[in-house]
Design a protein around this ligand. Structure first.
Ligand SMILES: Cc1cc2nc3c(=O)[nH]c(=O)nc-3n(C[C@H](O)[C@H](O)[C@H](O)COP(=O)(O)OP(=O)(O)OC[C@H]3O[C@@H](n4cnc5c(N)ncnc54)[C@H](O)[C@@H]3O)c2cc1C
Length: 466
């Protein structure tokens, strides 16, 4: 297949998903590996550094760098091969997860691992080695990839298969080694486009952990935690519907409604913007908890795969309701035996600072394979914190305290969500062996440090002096 090699350059202002970080860049939107290689060459000529950009769903400064040349791969979506018998998809890495599930579902396949947004590209999702609500059983997205193609900063195109020792540097490497441009991904067999769920109100931390243990074999488990409480929330377990229902496999049947109540979806964030004070959120959280039913009652519900996995995609631009400050998300995975104590402490710290998280999500995890791993055998808590401009320093302090509690317990901070970690905290929560190998690889592949990001410069993950 032939694609133009022109990288299509413009000036642009890019932001992280949390709207706390932004950067003016020279933007390249190539459609081919040749276009990506050409963009690397132009950056060298222009004496600019390069940052890689996918769907812009990472929260902070991962896909940003002021004055850099940003290579955005999101126009690269072509399918090279689709083996419907084996469920093996060969596709350009700029395809979003939504592009993928819409394409394969009708043939009885779905994403084996998916984050809570389908707007991420495969390239960005692999650079973060994302996980889903089935992390304990299915691992991370990288574990389902047979092979990737990457354009290195010198412009050369390389195929990197799973058994190549560099694979887990590119996957989970936050775009610091090369641009992923093509992916061979194994999909998961499904016979229905729906999920059966049980939804249970859980009154405290003990009940939260007990529910995760009880449903450890479910296809999916996740819990919402009331950030104003001492651990109460609503736990959900889900199973793929095992009965063949061809009509539910049509992408249209996954339908996302165009309106929410009286409001059009595209305007919903404007309404939400008036509900982001602490007192509103306290009331809304309590209401949400009550709607979960009584602790002993368990509700059963059948949902489409899209509604189950991507509830936040239903409200476009919901993150804008946090403006003008935006939101910072903190997510750390903590070893199983320490999780209860750490999560309780983290919520207490938020409450003491009067900066309660407006959305808190708890998940069960197993360790991941990347050179820069972020998961452990345990649990993670993801907390959305409203960035109030007049309380910037308080937020920084709170974030640092939450990170310290997690790191002291052997936890790891998830870098794709981060905006405020310090270099010292990063190096203390990253295993030395993997980090050393990653830095060696960086020196070998990108000796003059062409490829970087604002997060890399902030945390000194693998920086090269120029
Ligand atoms: C609502 C929401 C829910 C989420 N839920 C989850 C979840 O449940 N689990 C989870 O794991 N994550 C979750 N995330 C995080 C998200 O999945 C990751 O941040 C993902 O990396 C975003 O991909 P992207 O395409 O938007 O990439 P971007 O945000 O644009 O970039 C992310 C990283 O990928 C790098 N990159 C971009 N393109 C390339 C390329 N071609 N080659 C190599 N590197 C590249 C960038 O430099 C950057 O470091 C969620 C995010 C949102 C907004």
């Amino acid at each position: 297949m032939d694609f133009p090699a022109h990288p299509n350059l413009t000036d642009a202002y890019l932001e992280g998903f949390g709207l706390t970080n932004g950067a003016s860049v020279r933007l390249a939107r190539p459609t081919s590996p040749e276009g990506v290689a050409k963009a690397f060459g132009l950056a060298r000529k222009d004496n600019r550094r390069v940052v890689l950009r996918g769907g812009g769903r990472s929260y902070g400064d991962q896909s940003l760098l002021g004055e850099a040349l940003a290579i955005d791969v999101s126009r690269m979506k072509s399918v090279f091969n689709w083996d419907t018998a084996e469920g093996l998809l060969d596709i350009q890495a700029g395809a979003t997860l939504e592009d993928v599930w819409r394409f394969v579902l009708e043939d009885g396949w779905f994403l084996p691992v998916t984050p809570g947004t389908s707007r991420a590209t495969l390239a960005g999702a692999l650079a973060s080695n994302v996980h889903g609500k089935n992390n304990l059983l299915a691992g991370t997205l990288g574990e389902w990839v047979e092979e990737i193609e990457v354009v290195l900063p010198d412009g050369s195109l390389r195929t990197v298969s799973k058994d190549d020792s560099r694979f887990w540097g590119f996957v989970g490497g936050l775009g610091l080694l090369g641009a992923i441009v093509r992916v061979k991904l194994r999909l998961k067999r499904v016979v229905s486009g729906e999920v059966d769920t049980v939804v249970r109100q859980v009154p405290d931390w003990d009940a939260q952990f007990a529910a995760f243990e009880e449903f450890a074999k479910a296809d999916y488990t996740v819990s919402w935690v009331d950030g104003f409480s001492s651990g109460r929330g609503i736990f959900t377990a889900g199973w793929h519907v095992p009965v063949a229902e061809a009509s539910t496999l049509r992408a249209e049947a996954q339908g996302i409604s165009p309106a929410i109540g009286l409001f059009s979806k595209s305007e919903a964030w404007r309404v939400l913007q008036h509900l982001t004070s602490r007192s509103d959120m306290r009331v809304l959280s309590a209401l949400r908890y009550r709607m979960g039913g009584f602790p002993t009652v368990q509700k059963s519900k059948r949902q489409t795969l899209a509604a189950f996995h991507y509830p936040l995609d239903y409200v476009p631009d919901w993150q804008r309701s946090y403006l003008p400050g935006g939101l910072v998300q903190f997510q750390a995975a903590v070893p199983r035996d320490e999780a209860r104590r750490v999560f309780q402490k983290q919520l207490e710290l938020c409450q003491k600072a009067r900066m309660e998280p407006y959305l808190v999500v708890m998940k069960r995890h197993r360790p991941d394979c990347a050179m820069l791993p972020y998961l452990v055998d345990g649990y993670s808590l993801a907390l959305d914190l409203h960035r109030i401009l007049s309380r910037e320093e308080d937020l920084r302090r709170l974030y640092a305290e939450m990170a310290e509690v997690a790191i002291a317990a052997g936890g790891r901070v998830y870098l794709t969500k981060d905006a405020l970690l310090t270099p010292d905290q990063f190096s203390r929560c990253t295993p030395k062996g993997g980090l050393t190998r990653f830095r060696e690889l960086k020196k070998e592949i990108d000796p003059d440090g062409l490829l970087t990001s604002a997060q890399n410069e902030r945390l000194r993950i693998a920086t090269v002096r120029r």
